[in-house]
Design a protein around this ligand. Structure first.
Ligand SMILES: *Cc1c(COP(=O)(O)O)cnc(C)c1O
Length: 522
C-alpha cells in the first residue's frame, strides 16, 4: 500500500455528507492494513550480522527469490499488533449482553492461579509422578461438578459444550447398544427452541431428530412430548432453563415420561449458571448433562478464550465415560488411558490428553473463591439482572412470553411492527450507542428474537445506562422519524454493514501480493 495516497476510499457506503478523512482513520480509530501490506520486503527490525558461509547442503533446492516476509521497524510491528488487539470488543471493555452465550466476568484471581508455573508450564507428556497435583486438581474439580449437579460421575475431557453433547450422546448410544436397543431406538426428541448443536449432535451420531413444539408459555408442550415418546425414541435433549430463558416447570414430569418410555434424558447444561447452587439437575432426573465451564464458571469464550465441556453422567451411563479416567491407587494419582482396565466400558477417547487444564484451573478457582453461598448468589444475581432488564423494557419493547424470566430476557420484534426498522437495524444501532448487540433471531421460535443476558456481573448503573440506550432506540424506532438512521447504522463504527452472507459463502482466506509488492521483492 502506498501510504502517501491516503485511504479515504476505505470507508464503505457513506452518504455524501459524511465526513471523510485523508487517512481513512476515524478519530483515533486507525485503519489497519495487513502486515504484508505494510513496510518493505527486505527491511529488517534487527541488526543481524552476516551469516557465516556454510557449505551448500540443500542439493540445489536453495530458495533463489525473496522470502516475501513483511519488513518493518520494531515500532511499526508493536503498533500494528497493539492496534489489532484493540479492535476486539471484549467483556473487559463493556456490557456484552449476548444471550445463550453467557459472556461473564472472569475474575483475575483465576488468571493468576492458571499462570502459576506449576500449572501453566505443565506438559501433558510429563511423567505422571511429576503431575500429581494437577491430577488432584482435576479430581477436585470433578468432585465439585458432581456435587453441584447431584450426579455420580463426570467425564472431564470434552473440549466444549458441543463436544460434551457428543460425549453424552455417545454414552447414551453405548448404553442402548448394551441393551440391544440401539437399532430400534433411532429418534432423538429436541424442543423447537433447542440450541443448534443439539440436533446437530444427534444427527452426527446417526439419530433422527424430531422437534417438539413449545406451548404458549414458551415451555415444552408436555402433551406433544408424551405423544412423541415410544419404543423408537432414544433420548430427549433439553435445556433447562431453556433457550427462551424460561425454567421448564414440568421438568420432573418430562423426565418421568421419558424414562417410562425407556429413553434417556440428555440435559443441555449451557444454562446451568442460572440455577447453580439452587437446583441439582440429578434431582430432576437428568441422565447426563454437559457443563460449559466457560459459561457457568467464568472464562468468556469465543474471542475471549477457550472452552471446556465436562459431562456429568448418571450411574447407568457412568461406565461408558470416555478415557482418560483419573484413578487414585493408594496414595498416587494415575491416568487410566486407552485399553487400561477400569471399572466400566469406556467408549474410547474423545480428545488427546486429559482436557483443558487451564480451564479446569480457572473453574476450580472460581468455584472455591465463590464458595457455596457465592455460587448461589451469582445464579440469583444473574436472574435478578435479567428480570430487571425485562421489567425496565417490558413496556416499550415486547417480551416474548408473559411472566418473569430466568437469566435471559427475550423480546420479539412486534414493538417494531410497521416502523420500517428490523431487529437487525435495531442491533446495528446499538453498536453506535457503544453496545455489543444482544443475540438476534435466536431462538427461532420467536419472531425477530432479541435475547439479552446481562449476567450477574454488570453493575446496576451500567444496566441502567444500557436500559436507557435501548429505551431511546425503541422510542426513536417507534417515532417513525429515524428509519434512515437505523438503516444506515452503525454510523460511527469504522466499518458499516458488511455483506456477511458473501463473507461466509466466499471468504477470501489468502492474501496475494499486489504487483508493487512483487516488484519490490524482486
Ligand atoms: C453455548 C451453547 C451450546 C454449545 O456450547 P459450546 O461450548 O459453544 O460448544 C449448547 N447449547 C446451548 C444452550 C448453548 O448456549
Amino acid at each position: 500500500m502506498d501510504r502517501s495516497q491516503g485511504r479515504t476510499g476505505g470507508i464503505a457506503s457513506g452518504t455524501s455528507t459524511e465526513p471523510t478523512t485523508f487517512t481513512g482513520n476515524r478519530a483515533l480509530q486507525i485503519e489497519e492494513p495487513l502486515i504484508f501490506e505494510m513496510g518493505q520486503p527486505g527491511r529488517c527490525a534487527v541488526d543481524l550480522p552476516e551469516p557465516p558461509k556454510v557449505k551448500e547442503r540443500l542439493n540445489g533446492l536453495r530458495r533463489a527469490g525473496e522470502i516475501g516476509l513483511p519488513g518493518l521497524a520494531e515500532p511499526q510491528v508493536v503498533q500494528h499488533y497493539t492496534r489489532l488487539s484493540q479492535k476486539n470488543y471484549a467483556i473487559d471493555m463493556g456490557v456484552y449482553p449476548l444471550g445463550s452465550c453467557t459472556m461473564k466476568h472472569n475474575p483475575r484471581i483465576n488468571e493468576k492461579v492458571a499462570r502459576l508455573p506449576g500449572i501453566g508450564d505443565l506438559h501433558p507428556l510429563q511423567p505422571v509422578s511429576t503431575v500429581q497435583g494437577a491430577l488432584e486438581l482435576i479430581d477436585r474439580l470433578a468432585h465439585w461438578l458432581k456435587t453441584l449437579t447431584g450426579m455420580p460421575a463426570v467425564a472431564m475431557s470434552p473440549a466444549a459444550g458441543a463436544h460434551g453433547e457428543m460425549c453424552g450422546m455417545m454414552a447414551i448410544a453405548a448404553a442402548l447398544d448394551a441393551r440391544g436397543e440401539r437399532v430400534r431406538r433411532k429418534i432423538v426428541l429436541a424442543p423447537e427452541s433447542a440450541h443448534g448443536t443439539n440436533p446437530a449432535t444427534a444427527a452426527a451420531l446417526g439419530f433422527t431428530v424430531k422437534p417438539i413444539p413449545a406451548n404458549e408459555r414458551g415451555r415444552v408442550d408436555l402433551a406433544a412430548l408424551k405423544a412423541a415418546l415410544g419404543p423408537d425414541v432414544a433420548a430427549i435433549m433439553l435445556t433447562n432453563p431453556n433457550t427462551c430463558g424460561l425454567f421448564e416447570s414440568e421438568i420432573v414430569e418430562i423426565s418421568k415420561a421419558v424414562h417410562d418410555a425407556g429413553a434417556y434424558f440428555y440435559c443441555d447444561g449451557a444454562n446451568f449458571n442460572a440455577i447453580v447452587g439452587r437446583v441439582r439437575p440429578g434431582d430432576l432426573g437428568v441422565d447426563c448433562m454437559h457443563i460449559n465451564l466457560h459459561k457457568t464458571f467464568s472464562t468468556p469464550h469465543g474471542g475471549g478464550g477457550p472452552g471446556a465441556g465436562p459431562v456429568v453422567l448418571s450411574a447407568a451411563l457412568a461406565p461408558y465415560a470416555p478415557y482418560p479416567w483419573i484413578v487414585k491407587q493408594g496414595d498416587a494419582w494415575t491416568v487410566a488411558e486407552d485399553g487400561a482396565a477400569v471399572d466400566g466400558k469406556p467408549l474410547g477417547r474423545l480428545k488427546a490428553f486429559h482436557g483443558q487444564m487451564g480451564m479446569f484451573t480457572r473453574a476450580l478457582a472460581y468455584i472455591m473463591s465463590h464458595g457455596a453461598d457465592g455460587l448461589k448468589q451469582a445464579a440469583e444475581d444473574a436472574v435478578l439482572s435479567a428480570n430487571y432488564v425485562m421489567a425496565a423494557l417490558g413496556d416499550i419493547m415486547t417480551p416474548a412470553f408473559d411472566g418473569p424470566c430466568m437469566h435471559e430476557a427475550l423480546f420479539d420484534d412486534s414493538f417494531l411492527k410497521d416502523t420500517g426498522v428490523s431487529t437487525l437495524d435495531f442491533a446495528k444501532a446499538m453498536i453506535d450507542e457503544g453496545y455489543h448487540p444482544m443475540t438476534m433471531y435466536f431462538p427461532l421460535v420467536v419472531h425477530g428474537a432479541m435475547l439479552i443476558e446481562p449476567t450477574e456481573s454488570v453493575a446496576k448503573e451500567d444496566l441502567d445506562q444500557f436500559i436507557g440506550a435501548l429505551r431511546s432506540l425503541a422510542e426513536r424506532a417507534k417515532s417513525g422519524t429515524a428509519v434512515e438512521d437505523f438503516k444506515a447504522a452503525p454510523r460511527f463504527a469504522p466499518r458499516r454493514r458488511l455483506d456477511e452472507t458473501l463473507a461466509a459463502r466466499k471468504p477470501i482466506l489468502r492474501w496475494r501480493p499486489t504487483n508493487s509488492f512483487k516488484q519490490a521483492a524482486e
